[in-house]
Each structure stands twice: as structure tokens, then as C-alpha cells.
Design a protein around this ligand. Sequence first.
Ligand code: ATP
Ligand code: LTN
Length: 334
Amino acid sequence: MNEEKKTLFSAIQPSGILTLGNYIGAIRNWKALMEECNCIYALADLHTLTVKQVPAQLRSNTYELAAIYIASGIDPEKCIFFVQSHVSAHAELTWILNTITYPGELSRMTQFKDKSRNHADNVNMGLMDYPVLMASDILLYNADLVPVGQDQKQHLEITRDLAIRFNNRYSDTFKVPEPYISATGAKIASLQDPEKKMSKSDPNVNAFISLNDDRDTIIRKFKRAVTDSDTEIRFDESKPGISNLLTIYSCVTGKTISESEKEFEGKGYGDFKVAVGEATADLLEPITKEKNRILSDKKYLDEVFANGALQADRIARRTLSKVYRKVGLVERKH
Ligand code: ATP
Ligand code: LTN
């Protein structure tokens, strides 16, 4: 690791096939940051267990997500790329941090409230403890920056609170991380309900673009996207559907919002929706192809995982030993 560069940590859950929202809000930024920072990226498989998973599906989703990352330009040679459950320090630090976390601050989290509602038959301790595991992920690596979407900002705040609380109680140990939320694409909305975020677990498949959708499906979903009854293609808070499509168009083409507005001046919603679909398909097609190629080589992915776990474990163990010492646990000598 280069000492002069900032350390950046992020993770994504292998809880299903990624959406365009995940790509724009997470992966794309991670790639851009790889040159500037020492990057550590994890597949947060332990987090996915907070809602019911089909075991075989979780395993295949984890490989699939790894292949998507690599196909999107996250080079495992240039960052530390690993599976969260391969580094046991994450679960171990969670236990210690749990002892300084109050139930009230966890039950207040928006994601906990939302997920408790959506998974009413399985409101488990893990779901409530989700932000503490996330704090452990980040604090083990002394990360300066954590790129996340807007929806994760609250979890970053609790991570900072826990770091400060621990440092105050036991002396300076953790670096207090900063969120890194990119200005555009921080929140891509659902195509069916532009007030909601685009989410891979949405029961309505027309609400999201999956990275596995083919060109025709992508275009069809954009054609069906919910918009208003106006005709003007203009970015405006009162026009969330069109504004979302403009954001997507600008993110996938690299054009600014005002360039995009100009391009479609005088054109109808129909033409615009097809153009957004075409541009999105142009971006995703080569990634999907490369992902399928990588996915057919499990041996390569297992090697990437083993190598990443080794590097991550070295850093995480060092932090965990320090924490164990600070809280008064007897050091294991051999
Ligand atoms: P789930 O639906 O299973 O809760 P999700 O689709 O919200 O999952 P996560 O795995 O929770 O995805 O998030 C992965 C990353 O993608 C996070 O950094 C998150 O902020 C970002 N992200 C998720 N959805 C969007 C979105 N609609 N727009 C922008 N970024 C997003
Ligand atoms: N909860 C995050 C995924 C995640 C994460 C992290 C993000 C797990 N651990 C640590 C940043 C840092 C989400 O994006 N849904």
C-alpha cells in the first residue's frame, strides 16, 4: 500500500444480480478511484444473511458479483478485493463494537425500519446489527474514505460515532472515516416509482435494469418507465421520472444534464426513452459479455479470492489485535 495515498474501503452485497443503480452509484465510482487511492473492496456476503437467502443462490451470486466487478474494470491486481466472510476479523470486531452500541441507535436506522417492514416474517438480530458489521468492515482497514450511495450515509454516521466512542473510551485507535458520495448518480430511482430508489430486490422487474438484461429488455423497460403527463424533457424536481432518465442518460453517456436536455429539445418522451435504452445497452453489453467469460473460469476467481483474503487478513488482524489489547483481553501468544 502506498503510504501517501488515502485508503478507501467499500463493499457491496451479493444479494442478487446488480442493477444499473448499483453500477452507476457504486462500481463505476470505485473504478475511477482506483488510481487515486489505496482501494479495498469487499463482497459483503455476511450482510446478505440478514435477509433470507437460498444458500446455493448466495454462493453463485457471490461469484457473479466478483465477475461483474472485474469485468467493470476493478483490477484485483491494483486493489485488495476479497470476500468478507473469508476474513474472520469482521465478525470478531462486530462483537466488540456491539458492546458499545445502543439498541436505540440501531432501531432508528431507516434501512432497518424499511427492511423490517419488507421482511416482517424475519426481523432478526442480524438485520438490526447490520450497521455494526458495516462499521467493522470500515474501521478494520483505517479507511479515510468510504464511497457509498446516499442510502448508506446514515450507516456511515453511525460508523463515525462508534469510532469516536471507542477512541474516547479506550484511547485513540480508529481513524474516523468520511463518506464519499459522488454528485451525480448518487441515487438512481426506480423506473416504476421515481420516488423510490432502484433496487435489485424490487419485486417488480420493470422497476430496475439488471446487468443481465439484454438490449431488447433494457429498451422495453425504459419505454415503460413511469413519467409525467407533460412533454418537456427537462430536469426538474417536480418531474422525478424524466429527471431520473436524464440522470441515467447523462451518467451512461458522460454528457452533462444540460447537454442532454439540449439534445432532446423539441423531441417527445418516446424518442428520449428509446435513446436512454440504447445508450444504456451500449454501455452494459460489453460488460455482460466479459462477465460471462470470467464467470466460466471459477479457478481464476477462487485464486483472486484467496489472494485478496490474505492481504485483507494481514491488515484486519493488526487492527483487531490492537482493539483486543485496548479492551483488556489477554493476548494469545502462539
Ligand atoms: P437491496 O435491494 O438488496 O437492499 P441494493 O440494490 O440497494 O440492495 P446494495 O447492495 O444495498 O444494493 O448497495 C450496493 C451499493 O449500490 C451501495 O453503495 C448503494 O449505495 C449503491 N446503490 C444501490 N442502489 C442504488 C441506486 N438506486 N442509485 C445509486 N446507488 C445505489
Ligand atoms: N451496506 C452496504 C454494503 C456494505 C458497505 C460496507 C459499504 C457493507 N459493508 C462497508 C461501504 C462500507 C450497502 O451498500 N448496502
